[in-house]
Design a protein around this ligand. Structure first.
Ligand code: ADP
Length: 499
């Protein structure tokens, strides 16, 4: 039977999905998804049940195969992409997690991070891992489990436990406990991995009291890693691609050349830029990270995040009631030619890249007696584009590379007004692809490249099809005037809630 399908397992923060791609057309043949519980044991703490996630992931894969009518023998390979930084620690002999998964959003290890900062490790960690010290990353989460679960630290020292991000947990289970691995992109989000010499860092492991033996072996993001055991699907299928969700999206957008970038417009915005074979150390509040490794070729990326993007539209809809659906924001904004001088800064939870001000709060400024609903809605949408511009400016400054176009995906990328304004304000083409399931597509591309469905990234480039290109049409003076107004507004929102 011809192996014409690739399954992408997309294990996200709120749900597990299986996406079947037809390798001939690279169209989505079938998608199945299942949500899982969000567990909030205390304010600021977030957990998932690893066994629920595993069961859901296997179930959606089986159902997708069954409901789409394909045979497991037609599946060439599986690619995995996952919510990043979330950790699981499990017992090597029973396969049972010793604690729930601690999710990337969880703030419980802020104190452990303060300790690392007080020990003066900020510069060292940045230099080695490309990251800033934050509870967001995996290292202190593993440390917390070992410190707080009775007996865990002792078991870890005896080599009886295994730790890993969600990709490790899935691969270990899908292969019947044969493989304890993670890929380079996921490893680079742990705050334990040296992204330059490509190894777990002994000093950092020591600082966080984590025995090296519990950490997974790091494998390429593309290439055959192992096979699923028979009871998963009726046939053994190679697992040949793994990447963290944002890196998978960068790959799914075919951002293979230095200086190519993508922006995912969801609740927040995640912008990644390929920096090629060298890690770029940021001086403008970006993270340096591993994009992927194809065989032994490692490529790097710069990453910036905007905390509140699509959420400002949710806020207009749910709390303020100015619009009925997120989609209505487009027609509302189009009712007016500009915002009438109004700016919205949606710093609901502080500001991310490049400002990193957790005390900033949202503001609306420039209101006059003539300000109407449509001005406010338009200003809210424009704020998403301005914040993305801030990140792209930081990327240009850090890398010295010229970004020439921006590829886009995510829920809010459906908004044509926003995409046109984005193109205008960054003065580059904004390109929306035909398949906006870019995360799953990236995992499928990595997997297919690993089994020889495609020979090279060049082959894949031909499979990436643009749908709509937004071409900038704003004159320089207007662009500069608008953007400098934004900068002024941001300044006023900063350092507000610091009592
Ligand atoms: P996430 O993965 O973060 O949940 P999605 O990629 O599903 O996000 O996108 C949902 C976000 O996009 C929501 O915040 C929503 O307000 C916003 N959104 C969805 N459609 C539109 C639209 N047409 N215009 C503007 N924002 C939109």
């Amino acid at each position: 039977m011809r192996k014409k399908y690739i399954i992408a397992l997309d294990q996200g923060t709120t749900s597990s999905r299986a996406v079947i791609f037809d390798t001939g057309t690279m169209e989505v043949k079938y998608i199945k998804s299942k949500p899982h519980k969000q567990i909030y044991p205390q304010p600021g703490w977030v957990e998932h049940d690893p066994e629920e996630i595993l069961a859901a992931q296997v179930e959606v894969m089986r159902e997708a195969v069954r409901d789409s009518g394909i045979s497991p023998c037609e599946v060439a390979c599986i690619g995995i992409t996952n919510q990043r930084e979330t950790v699981v620690v499990w017992d090597k002999s029973t396969g049972k997690p010793v604690y729930n998964a601690i999710v990337w959003q969880c703030r419980r290890t802020a104190g452990l991070c303060d300790r690392l900062k007080n020990d003066g490790l900020q510069e060292v960690i940045k230099e080695k891992t490309g990251l800033v010290i934050d509870a967001y990353f995996s290292g202190t989460k593993i440390q917390w489990i070992l410190d707080n679960v009775p007996g865990a630290s002792e078991m870890a020292r005896k080599g009886e436990l295994l730790a890993g991000t969600i990709d490790s947990w899935l691969v270990w289970n899908l292969t019947g406990g044969k493989l304890h691995v993670t890929d380079y992109s996921n490893a680079s989000r742990t705050m334990l991995y040296n992204i330059k010499n490509l190894d777990w860092d002994e000093d950092l492991l020591h600082k966080m009291d984590i025995p090296r033996s519990i950490m997974p072996r790091v494998v390429p993001s593309s290439g055959i890693i192992g096979e699923t055991c028979e009871d998963i699907l009726e046939s053994r299928v190679p697992i040949s691609g793994i990447a963290g969700d944002q890196q998978a999206a960068l790959f799914g957008q075919a951002c293979f050349d230095e200086g190519t970038a993508k922006n995912t417009y969801g609740t927040g915005c995640f912008i990644l830029m390929n920096t090629g074979k060298r890690p770029v150390e940021s001086r403008h509040g970006l993270l340096s990270t591993i994009a992927w490794a194809i065989g032994s070729e490692v490529e790097y990326a710069l990453e910036g995040s905007v905390f509140n993007a699509g959420s400002v539209i949710q806020w207009l809809r749910d709390e303020v009631g100015l619009i009925k659906t997120a989609r209505d924001s487009e027609a509302e904004a189009e009712k007016t030619g500009d915002t009438g001088g109004v700016y919205v800064v949606p710093a609901f939870t502080g500001l991310g890249t490049p400002y990193w001000d957790m005390y900033a709060r949202g503001l609306i400024i420039g209101i006059t007696r003539g300000t109407r609903k449509e001005h406010l809605v338009r200003a809210a949408l424009e704020s998403i584009a301005y914040q993305s511009m801030d990140v792209l400016e930081a990327m240009k400054a850090d890398s010295g590379m010229d970004v020439t176009e921006l590829k886009v995906d995510g829920g809010a990328s459906a908004n044509n007004f926003l995409m046109q304004f984005q193109a205008d304000i960054i003065n580059m083409n904004v390109i929306r692809p035909k398949i906006i399931e870019t995360t799953a597509l990236g995992a499928a591309f990595l997997a297919g490249l690993g089994t020889g469905t495609w020979e090279s990234k060049k082959d894949i480039q031909g499979k990436w099809v643009p749908d709509k290109v937004f071409i900038p049409s704003m004159d320089d003076d207007t662009r500069k005037r608008k953007y400098s107004g934004w900068k002024k507004a941001v300044e006023r929102s900063m350092n507000w809630d610091n009592s």
